[in-house]
Design a binder for this molecule. Structure first.
Ligand code: DX5
Ligand code: ZN
Length: 229
């Protein structure tokens, strides 16, 4: 059955002084998730928002909160984010060596959230071999994590296709593939044709003249590319 793509606008590109207005805007525009970029100034150079913001966001929106943890110590902090109301927790594979990745996935599921693992552009998909069967989502980074508004790294869609194949081989038919970084009208088709289900958009939505029209356009292009693939 055809599964339509979902758009996950990143509030990193929203107006923090008018955040509630900017959440309503994407709700009414048909967004599927709110993408929350948590950065700690260690794993990535930038520093953004944290647990109290997630808690307050939970209080004002029914959209699922897709919390992308770009932090050096996810095992310590992920329970706090789940308690604050995160529906989906993404941890970076690069921060979790060996059995700690499995441990993080277990902790996320025990906390009642959905588990996602993110891969930086130079991290090969093979690192997911042991865990892909347990995951709800894999996040393919199509920029180096840390900042919004960067250009899409050419060829990132090949990694999306590799994750899709790996999930199929592992029998995880329900696995979602999310792509994050530099996605907009020019790049959404190739990632959706390769198998992306969830599209993170920062600048392509919030810097657009009409953000709701941008969500609809990106979604329509993504769905058409999926149908053709
Ligand atoms: C980058 C973040 C992204 C970013 C996306 O580290 O994970 O979610 O905000 O922004 P755009 O869509 O502008 O690349
Ligand atoms: Zn992100």
């Amino acid at each position: 059955m055809f599964q339509p793509v979902k758009i996950a606008p990143s509030i990193l590109s929203a107006d923090f002084m008018n955040l509630e207005r900017d959440i309503r805007m994407i709700e009414q525009g048909g967004a599927g998730y709110v993408h929350v970029d948590v950065m700690d100034g260690h794993f990535v150079p930038n520093l953004t928002i944290g647990v109290p913001h997630v808690k307050q966001l939970k209080g004002i929106t029914e959209l699922p909160l897709d919390v992308h943890l770009m932090i050096a110590n996810p095992l310590e902090q992920l329970p706090w984010f789940i308690q604050a109301g995160a529906d989906m927790i993404t941890v970076h594979e690069e921060t979790l060596e060996g059995q700690w990745l499995e441990r993080a996935i277990q902790m996320i599921h025990d906390g009642g959230a959905q588990a996602c693992v993110a891969l930086k552009p130079n991290t090969p998909v093979e690192v997911l071999a042991q865990s892909i069967a347990e995951l709800d989502m894999v996040l393919v980074m199509s920029v180096e994590p840390g900042f919004s508004g960067q250009g899409y790294i050419e060829g990132s869609e090949l990694k999306v296709a590799q994750v899709a194949q790996m999930a199929k081989d592992a029998g995880n038919d329900g696995l979602l593939i999310e792509v994050d970084g530099g996605i907009g009208v020019k790049t959404v088709e190739r990632v959706c044709a390769a198998g992306a289900d969830v599209i993170v958009c920062g600048n392509a939505v919030y810097a657009a003249e009409d953000p709701q029209a941008a969500i609809r356009e990106i979604e329509a292009l993504g769905n058409a590319a999926r149908l053709k693939a």
